[in-house]
Structures are given as C-alpha cells and as structure tokens.
Design a binder for this molecule. Structure first.
Ligand SMILES: Cc1cc2nc3c(=O)[nH]c(=O)nc-3n(C[C@H](O)[C@H](O)[C@H](O)COP(=O)(O)OP(=O)(O)OC[C@H]3O[C@@H](n4cnc5c(N)ncnc54)[C@H](O)[C@@H]3O)c2cc1C
Length: 237
C-alpha cells in the first residue's frame, strides 16, 4: 500500500474524479484540475509524485492505463493538477497513430468529465533537507520540477534553488512566466531556460537564456559545484 493510500483522504484502487478546470499552458501542454466526485478530502502527496489513470478511450477495446505527475505543490487537499503534453505521431512516421491517452485528454476530456484515478504514488520526489536544489528538466518532464519548485516557495524554504529547463521554443514552453515570476520574487530561486530552436518572436532574457541543448559546460557555469547535491533530473520530450 502506498503512503498516500494510508493518509487521511487516501484510497485504494480507483476513485472517481471530475475535471473542474482545463487550462492551456503552451501550444502543446494543457493542465487539468481534478476534484473528487465524493467531495471528500484528498491525501497529501510528495512533490514529484504521480497519479495513475484508467481511461475508456473511444475505439479502443481495453482500458488505457497511464500515469501523470501532479504538477503543483501539495496544496489545499481539495484538488489535484496535472499538465499533459499532446503526443503527436513520431516525425517521419505519419502512419503511426498519435498518442492515445494524451490526445484523449486534450480532445475529449473537458470540464465535467469523470476520470478513474489511483492515489498518488512514486519514489521520485523532493527530499527534505538543507542542501541546495537543482531542478533539471526537458520538455514536459518539467511537471515534477514545477511541483517541487512551487512546494519549496510555498514552504518559505530558503535553500538556493536552480530551475534549469530545456525545451524546443516558446510554443512548447509551459509555465515559463510562472517560473520567472517566482525567481523575481524569491532571491534564492535562479532560472535558466535553453531553447533548442527559438522562434523569431521568442525573446532572449524574457523567454529564454541560451539557445541549443543544456550541456555539461552550461551546468558547470550555472551551478556552484559538488555542494549542489539534491539534483533531480528528468527528461521527457
Ligand atoms: C511517472 C510518469 C509520469 C509522467 N508524467 C507526465 C506528465 O506530467 N505529463 C505528460 O504529458 N506525460 C507524463 N508522462 C507520460 C505519460 O504517462 C504518457 O506516456 C504520455 O502521455 C504518452 O501517452 P499516450 O497514450 O498519449 O501515447 P502512446 O499511445 O503511449 O504513444 C506514445 C508515442 O508512440 C507513438 N506510437 C504509437 N503507436 C505507434 C506505432 N505503431 N509506431 C510508431 N509509433 C507509435 C505515438 O504516436 C506517441 O508519439 C509520465 C510518465 C510516467 C511514467
């Protein structure tokens, strides 16, 4: 049994949730805010943990089972948020079907839709402590890092935090303004965004800080050295 299942509001198996809000975060990523249909309490989770879903996708005989990270700080115990990237067919293989679950979420799941959800779980989460934190992500792999960053800030944690993110360009960049606003307000939070292929409308200094991939050299320049040890790295394109 997972820790969340045992906490107040926790549950075993699937629980029905209702979509309360659907919020685009970029051209490709949309957030979904979920509340339990029974209006009961939700268990706290650790920033970085995920939910499991069992979806009935039209035209697919068997249930589609997928996991999505909780993309906000554990908050009021009343709702959860996920942020899902629409997965197209792989480039150069237009005969392949687009991603089943992510396209179902984007195209069919709307405010009022009901979803079957498992309790929060997962071992990839922010550890407590006082060591500096480096949050490194690519693409939609930023969702656990946003949860961790929001948690650190909400908690008034004064550890140095670096939020380092690589993404193709401004069209695919989710939570960009949110992260910069946090960095502006909190002196201990630093941000660096690398765009692989910036568009003409993407502004250096405002939208991104460097172009190209995140390299070891870049990390050496940004981070203070071996003292930075709580390093959470994840990449999903
Ligand atoms: C712990 C965890 C947390 C996650 N958190 C998030 C999150 O916060 N946000 C998020 O967006 N995602 C997250 N994911 C990824 C998510 O679970 C799904 O894997 C993702 O949405 C793709 O699922 P899908 O059903 O849309 O695509 P799938 O149907 O699984 O397809 C995946 C890819 O394969 C291609 N494909 C399908 N069939 C073929 C074929 N025959 N030939 C060639 N290519 C094919 C599809 O076009 C698609 O690009 C997470 C995954 C894990 C494990």
């Amino acid at each position: 049994m997972s820790e969340s299942q045992e906490r107040p509001g926790g549950w075993d198996g699937f629980r029905t949730f209702v979509v309360k809000k659907k919020q685009p975060e970029s051209h490709t990523v949309t957030s979904f805010y979920l509340v339990p249909e029974d209006a009961g309490l939700l268990p706290a989770y650790r920033p970085g943990q995920f939910l499991g879903f069992r979806l009935e996708v039209p035209g697919i005989d068997a249930p589609v089972v997928r996991t999505y990270t909780l993309s906000d700080a554990p908050g009021d115990g009343r709702h959860y948020r996920l942020s899902i990237k629409r997965e197209p067919a792989p480039p150069g293989n237009t005969n392949a079907p687009p991603g089943l679950s992510s396209n179902y979420f984007h195209d069919h799941v709307r405010v009022g839709s009901k979803l079957q959800v498992r309790a929060p779980a997962g071992d990839f989460y922010l550890r407590d402590g006082d060591r500096p934190v480096a949050l490194l992500s690519g693409g939609v792999g930023l969702t656990p890092m946003i949860s961790m960053l929001n948690h650190l800030v909400a908690d008034g944690d004064q550890r140095p935090v670096w939020f380092i993110h690589g993404v193709r360009n401004g069209a695919e960049h989710a939570f960009g303004r949110h992260v910069r606003q946090l960095a502006d307000k909190h002196a201990n939070v630093g941000v660096h965004v690398a765009y692989l292929e910036p568009r003409s409308e993407d502004k250096p200094g405002r939208d991104y800080d460097s172009s190209g991939f995140i390299t070891l050299d870049l990390l050496r320049q940004l981070l203070p050295g071996p003292a930075t040890s709580t390093c959470a790295a994840r990449r999903r394109s």
